[in-house]
Design a binder for this molecule. Structure first.
Ligand code: ADP
Ligand code: MG
Length: 557
């Protein structure tokens, strides 16, 4: 620059300013930008080396560059001796002077510059071959540029003006690069939120699938995506990106479900000592303020997705249950119609066969044939009786019944068969009698039907566990076997009349239909869970008898 004067100098300054501003708008990283800017400044000013003290949201750092080819370094000043000096008051004379006063002790430890330097009108400080140029970045941050120009000791007026202008432009360029970078960050965040919203809006996606897709979106929204990994934990399930590992550089937020924390969303910067260009300030403050807000936003979004998906699943389940119950009721009506229609002719067949049986002068053969008619009719009547149970045509008596007693009576019928089949019976009965309003004989029928099925499901022996329990206003009866289990495609149909997987003679497929009918008449529910090869569990829930309940409340105090 020594050789350049007047108009030429202005042109030079123009060119370098434009280069700085262009570099700022290119979306490059901080280090890249500073390297390009340093090279341009060194060549424009003819300086041998430069230093920059800069703030980024008031976190100070120091940049050094020199030589050709350029070597550079960056150091954070947020901790250590220099850090306190940066916590300066925000008042005093002009920003430039205030900044210089503040920075001098830092860059001029022996006080040489401060003592004998000349201060230019624009706020810069000149001493021999050193020049300190303060500048503003934005309303929060400031910086100082120090140039070292061996051999240049007598700055001219235009020299001073152009150096001060250059520092000013540098401040603007830095601010502009930051704005650009911030914008890029916001775009990434919005892209992430948009992606989440799209996944949430996709119909027929299971919750697990949605959460896995969402977790894959997260790293890209962070400042250093190549290092970011993420995990979503929800109750027992976990969804993670590849390479996820817990670590200290972690940002997380609780996932609330109905107001209570049920999970966690985490973003972790992987440690990796690969010499990735170590981002400045990465060590002490890896996360932007906006990223703290972002993860909160993500967790809120997850909460709403989880609650919605769960509600959807619950609705589906209920719809299914209602449809199932509807179908059973329709079949029940049909069955009742048929049963009534058949009952009368069957009564005639039975009655007349019995009558004929008593007639004198029958051959033995005829007598045996008539006996067969009677037996077959009785068998048919049994089936009709069961059908009527299923279609809830047999109103139960409603008396207080102790389920524990039902179990004991039922087991006394079943235990001999269990012993023969090598089945261990385990009782888990409620200590206080679970009393329901109902028909003891019918409820015992339920237990026997379930018990017989369990026995038939364990031809090689096993364990039959029978339990009762009281849960608030509900009495539970459970039967659990370690038998062959029921495949899922059959589980839906087991309560249908005549559904059986057993050989002719071994089952009519009416046992569970009767159970269902009786329990429905008692305003209860019956539910089956099964795993093929592991066993089956039936759970019956009946409304507890209120009178005994209030009674026990009184006693229990
Ligand atoms: P049945 O016993 O006459 O076949 P049920 O209505 O009692 O008729 O049962 C229907 C079907 O449900 C059975 O054929 C069987 O396939 C299945 N099932 C019921 N209980 C069990 C059980 N405990 N373990 C395995 N399968 C069972
Ligand atoms: Mg059966």
């Amino acid at each position: 620059m020594v050789a350049v004067r007047g108009r030429e100098l202005r042109d030079e300054l123009d060119t370098v300013s434009r280069a700085l501003l262009r570099g700022a708008s290119q979306g490059t990283s901080r280090t890249e930008f500073l390297r390009e800017a340093s090279a341009a400044i060194l060549s424009f000013t003819g300086a041998e080396s430069l230093d920059l003290w800069l703030e980024d949201r008031r976190r100070p750092y120091h940049w050094q560059a020199s030589g050709q080819p350029l070597t550079s370094s960056i150091t954070s000043l947020s901790s250590g001796a220099g850090a306190d000096r940066w916590r300066r008051p925000r008042d005093g004379p002009s920003p430039a002077e205030r900044l210089l006063d503040h920075i001098l002790p830092l860059v001029d430890e022996e006080g040489k510059v401060a003592a004998s330097a000349t201060r230019a009108a624009g706020g810069s400080l000149w001493l021999r071959d050193l020049v300190l140029l303060p500048f503003e970045i934005d309303n929060l941050d400031e910086g100082v540029l120090r140039l070292c120009r061996p051999g240049v000791t007598e700055p001219t007026e235009s020299d001073i003006v152009s150096c001060e202008s250059l520092a000013h432009v540098l401040g603007v360029a830095i601010a502009s690069r930051r704005a650009q970078a911030a914008l890029t960050e916001r775009v990434k965040e919005l892209t992430c939120m948009y992606g989440i919203a799209r996944i949430a809006a996709t119909p027929n996606v299971a919750l697990d699938e949605a959460l896995q897709s969402i977790v894959e979106l997260l790293p890209a929204a962070w400042q250093y995506p190549e290092r970011a990994t993420a995990r979503i934990t929800l109750e027992e399930s976990e969804f993670r990106t590849r390479g996820f590992e817990s670590g200290p550089r972690c940002l997380s937020a609780d996932i609330l479900v109905r107001g209570t924390p049920r999970g966690l969303v985490e973003v972790v910067y992987a440690e990796g000592d690969r010499d990735l260009e170590r981002p400045i300030l990465f060590e002490e403050a890896p996360f932007l303020e906006e990223e703290h807000n972002l993860i909160q936003g993500i967790s809120r979004e997850l909460t709403s997705i989880i609650e919605r998906k769960r509600a959807e699943e619950e609705t589906l389940r209920l719809q299914h249950q209602v449809r199932h119950a509807d179908r059973l009721a329709t079949i029940g009506q049909l069955a009742a119609g048929i049963a009534h229609e058949l009952n009368e002719p069957l009564g005639n067949i039975l009655g007349f066969a019995q009558l004929a049986h008593k007639s004198p002068g029958l051959t033995d053969q005829t007598r045996r044939d008539l006996e067969k008619i009677v037996t077959a009719s009785l068998y048919a009547r049994e089936i009709i009786k069961k059908l009527l149970f299923f279609s809830r045509q047999t109103p139960p008596e409603k008396l207080g019944v102790d389920l524990n007693k039902v179990v004991e009576d039922g087991l006394s019928l079943l235990e001999p068969r269990c012993a023969k089949a090598g089945i261990t019976v385990v009782r888990k009965l409620a200590p206080e009698a679970p009393v329901v309003l109902g028909d003891a004989a019918q409820l015992q029928q339920v237990l026997v039907n379930l018990g017989v099925n369990a026995i038939q499901a364990m031809p090689e022996g096993g364990t039959l566990q029978v339990g009762t329990a009281m849960e608030e206003a509900v009495a539970c009866l459970t039967l659990e076997d370690t038998g062959v289990g029921i495949p899922p495609e059959n589980l839906e149909r087991i309560f249908l009349p005549f559904f059986t997987t057993k050989d002719v003679g071994a089952g009519t497929g009416l046992g569970l239909a009767v159970v269902h009918g009786i329990i429905s008449l008692h305003d209860g529910t019956v539910h089956a869970d099964s795993e093929v090869g592991r066993g089956t569990r039936f759970e019956i829930r009946l409304p507890a008898d209120e009178e005994t309940m209030t009674g026990s409340d009184r006693n229990g105090g």
